[in-house]
Design a protein around this ligand. Structure first.
Ligand code: KIV
Length: 279
């Protein structure tokens, strides 16, 4: 069943799983991208801390601050009218103490305008997940390749490769569901493990590099649209080559300026959308 243009809310995701409807999620970091992806009918916009790598130029997500996440979540919230907006809690904003986690998650909702937060990890974050949910803050879990643990994992490596590791992840998913998480991202794990989790839990699983059996899929929008070429994960499907288009457009502009072809004295200039000025 289509969602008839109304705002997607947290319980809608479980309803979609129950109806067998796949969930389409992408990351977004600014209002314009959020507005465009909203028009494209994307169900969930994640303001991921991948922000640090694809927008801010860091090598990992670890330097991303709560202030940066609030700033970008505000922008995405302004752009998205229909999609559910979820904000990542950055490194060290939910691990130190429950009270800090509550305050920080609360700020992402209160100041950022997000409807939910996402936190990485299994057993170690169960207590904080339970507490946030008790206080009315919806939590999305994230298992498998958890980028905030990049140093512990020795790089951005596929996870749950051994039987014990897979069994632990499957159990972590059950515990997160029991603690009240409303959905779980499964990143870079074998498709069979993701299938098992998806069958085991009543909440939706959202896969990234986790095969086709999850209840939904997420990609980093800069990867999906061919904007980020520093590193392209093998599971990424590029739906556009915007990076190449921007380079070509930038060159054409520079050539026009240098050759004196832009601007011209045409009275009306090139056709464009007139700007609406608020009264
Ligand atoms: O930060 C992010 O963009 C994410 C997605 C890859 C799920 O966590």
């Amino acid at each position: 069943m289509a969602d008839s243009g109304r705002r997607i809310r947290v319980p809608d995701l479980k309803a979609k799983k129950e109806r067998g409807e796949k969930i389409a999620m992408l990351t977004a970091y600014d209002a314009t991208m959020a507005r465009l992806l909203d028009q494209a009918g994307i169900d969930v916009l994640l303001v991921g801390d991948s922000l640090g790598m694809v927008v801010l130029g860091y090598e990992t997500t670890l330097p991303v601050t709560l202030e940066a996440m609030i700033h970008h979540t505000q922008a995405v919230s302004r752009g998205a009218k229909r999609a559910l907006v979820i904000a990542d809690m950055p490194f060290l904003t939910y691990q130190v103490s429950e009270s800090e986690a509550i305050r920080n998650a609360g700020r992402l909702l209160q100041e950022g305008g997000a409807a939910a937060v996402k936190i990485e990890g299994g057993r170690p974050v169960v207590a904080v997940t339970r507490r946030l949910v008790e206080l009315g803050i919806p939590v999305m879990g994230h298992l498998g390749l958890t980028p905030q643990s990049v140093h512990l994992m020795g790089g951005f490596r596929p996870q749950a490769q051994s039987e014990p590791a897979a069994a632990r992840l499957i159990e972590d998913a059950r515990i997160l569901e029991e603690a009240g998480a409303f959905a779980i991202v499964l990143e870079s794990i074998p498709a069979e493990v993701a299938r098992q989790v998806t069958l085991d839990v009543g909440i939706p699983t959202i896969g990234i590099g986790a095969g086709p059996y999850c209840d939904g899929q997420v990609l980093v929008c800069y990867d999906a649209f061919g904007l980020f070429d520093t590193f392209v994960a093998p599971f990424v499907k590029q739906y556009a080559s915007l990076g190449q288009e921007i380079i070509a457009a930038g060159r054409a502009y520079a050539e026009d300026v240098r050759a004196g072809r832009f601007p011209t004295l045409e009275p009306n200039g090139p056709p464009g959308k007139p700007r609406e000025v608020p009264e």
